[in-house]
Ligand binder design. Structure first.
Ligand code: CA
Ligand code: CA
Length: 622
């Protein structure tokens, strides 16, 4: 039966290459079982189809041959097909069997069974947690090699062994985690029970996730990195967190962050002695910070302390830790994922999004958190613009025929970055893309010249969060009170906190009100960049996210100052003969709500380059 396996159906560049090695064994083992059922006179008819799951996963490849209607291929589909083996189109009862003739050759044979079996996400090979992606975790859990409980325990063990410890080649601890969950193992057990009863109901079922500590969680405090908010146990989850839990994710930890998401250094004071702070380190070089403000998420995911992470980005805070830590980061369109229940910095530009070790993981994670939410009215913009699943865009050949533009001034002058960009350009061209230098549109300098809302908006937006969510027992209930607290990162009392606490309501309105200068400039920025991509027939604009352990000019402002989505992907590292061995990411900017096509292009680039490396000091536990 293996001889007839589906060279026709197997898609070039499929998302599943790690599992292909197990397909033969799966086909063979299940085929034997089913063959036994065929000769039994009492072979059961197909069970009634369960209701389709809300979000098909890894569509279309792993869903299109489903015959039981649950949007996944499992052994139940093989059992449904089995009674029809041997049926041909000349049989009287062919109408009942025709749906199982998957290769459309007029007969239900072992070839059809093989086609089905290779769409089962199943891998009973050895499981290695370091660099494991969500699909590998699902496959190992489906096969019974691991459980969500054992997986979650492994991440908790890694956090305990690595996070607050200086590694032999290191200088500082990572300091990437503020709180680990005391109920994660219970949530994992619940996910295991769901799998036992219903199968893999979604790609996040049982996957351990780390959240930046500005996402409200009912089972851990939300400090925003500040000791002044140690007592902020909220009574509800952020909307995005509800989405993650609904899809079966296990929230394993709250990641550290730059206090109140202000800076890139990721310094934080939560649960530290008065007047002291910790700094997050990059697992690749612990003399460096991991970037910010979502630096804890970046360090934790890079060091494999959790499966997938989430950060927030106002002016670079997802993308900068991603480039510092060789990770994929998604800054979604403002309006794709609700910010309700996330400690704000500037709602004109705040976004929450995934930070992951692969584009596929990022797409899977994004699926769980999108949606309209009355708690964040800007999400009404997304109506009709969100695909059923972002995984359907993950095509290894996605770069073919694409036109990608870059603006020369955004490349900067760092020789490492320039070398890596030239390599990235060649890689994209080798995959069939046209990569062209384009002249920046009129108005571009005003777009990237517009400042961040974090100054004029923070006081206003934070106060609304405090009113809605801050635990009543917390005494620092205004930015002014925060500035006067002894439990903050040293040196921040008067600037930025005191200064920003002095921003008045009228200043806020003149900036971020309906006719405010910032509101109008952001709308203009979106209009200009969209018309520019249309005129130049560009599928995306690319630029380096930064230099090794640094940023480039105003590159980080293009996405927040237009509201347009950006996906950042590793493109390489400096060599030992160069000035730094740090990583540098390539960032793809696309149209409003074009996360799908953008993730597709990013996936094609990732598959062409595979530039991410594993931090050597954080390997498997001994
Ligand atoms: Ca099925
Ligand atoms: Ca057939």
């Amino acid at each position: 039966m293996t001889a007839s396996r589906s060279s026709v159906f197997f898609r070039e560049g499929s998302v599943m290459t790690p599992l292909v090695r197990r397909v033969l064994a799966v086909s063979a083992s299940i085929g034997v079982v089913v063959a036994g059922a065929v000769v039994a006179p009492t072979a059961a008819l197909a069970a009634p189809a369960p209701a389709p799951s809300a979000a098909p996963f890894l569509a279309p490849y792993y869903t299109e041959l489903d015959v039981t209607g649950d949007a996944q291929v499992t052994t139940a589909d093989l059992e449904a097909l089995a009674p029809h083996l041997g049926a041909t189109s000349s049989d009287a009862g062919w109408a009942d069997a025709a749906g199982f003739d998957l290769d459309d050759d007029g007969a239900v044979t072992a070839s059809d069974l093989a086609l089905l079996s290779e769409r089962i996400i199943y891998d009973d090979g050895p499981f290695q947690i370091v660099e494991a992606d969500a699909v590998a975790m699902q496959a190992a859990m489906n096969a019974g090699v691991i459980t969500s409980v054992s997986l979650t325990q492994q991440y908790l063990d890694r956090i305990a062994a690595y996070d607050k410890v200086v590694r032999p080649t290191g200088v500082r601890p990572l300091n990437s985690i503020i709180t680990t969950s005391e109920v994660a193992l219970k949530a994992a057990a619940a996910a295991d029970a769901i799998r036992a009863e219903k199968g893999m109901t979604g790609m996040l079922l049982g996957i351990p996730v780390a959240l930046k500590d500005n996402y409200n969680t009912v089972d851990m405090p939300t400090t925003a990195g500040c000791g002044c908010w140690n007592g902020n146990q909220t009574s509800s989850d952020a909307t995005m967190v509800k989405g993650l839990r609904a899809d079966g994710a296990v929230i394993v930890a709250k990641a550290s962050m730059d206090e109140f998401a202000i800076n890139l250094s990721s310094q934080w004071s939560a649960f530290q002695p008065d007047g002291t702070a910790l700094t997050v380190s990059s697992p690749y070089d612990t003399t460096q910070t991991s970037g910010g403000s979502s630096g804890g998420t970046g360090a934790a995911i890079a060091a494999n302390l959790a499966g997938i992470g989430f950060g927030t980005d106002t002016g670079g805070s997802i993308r900068i830790p991603s480039t510092y830590n060789q990770l994929v980061g998604v800054r979604p369109t403002v309006g794709l994922a609700s910010r309700d229940g996330i400690v704000p910095l500037a709602l004109s530009q705040d976004t929450g999004g995934p930070i992951a070790r692969s584009v596929q993981d990022a797409a899977i994670a994004l699926d769980a958190v999108v949606g309209e939410d009355a708690g964040d009215p800007v999400t009404a913009r997304q109506a009709g613009k969100v695909p059923e699943t972002y995984t359907s865009y993950l095509d290894g050949e996605s770069l073919k025929g694409k036109k990608i533009g870059y603006i020369a001034s955004m490349l900067g002058t760092n020789p490492i970055t320039q070398r890596l960009f030239a390599q990235a350009k060649a890689s994209m061209e080798a995959r069939g893309a046209t990569v062209v230098a384009v002249t920046a549109p009129d108005g571009f300098s005003a777009i990237v010249g517009e400042g961040s809302g974090s100054g004029p908006e923070f006081n206003h937006d934070l106060q609304n969060y405090i009113t809605a969510y801050l635990n009543p027992a917390v005494s620092a209930r205004s930015l002014l009170a925060i500035s006067q607290s002894p439990n903050i990162v040293p040196g921040r009392a008067s600037n930025p906190y005191g200064q920003r606490a002095a921003v008045t309501a009228s200043t806020y309105q003149a900036w971020a009100g309906p006719q405010g200068s910032h509101t109008l400039q952001l709308a203009k920025g979106k209009q200009i960049m969209t018309a520019f991509m249309d005129d130049q027939k560009l599928d995306a604009v690319v630029y380096p996210t930064g230099n090794p352990y640094g940023t480039i000019g105003t590159n980080m402002r293009l996405s927040p100052n237009t509201g347009l989505p950006a996906v950042t992907v590793p493109m390489g590292q400096g060599l030992s003969t160069e000035a730094s061995t740090g990583g540098v990411n390539l960032e793809f900017l696309g149209r409003d709500f074009a996360e799908g096509p953008l993730l597709g292009i990013a996936y094609g680039f990732e598959q062409a380059t595979h530039a991410r490396t594993t931090p050597a000091a954080y390997g498997p536990l001994g």
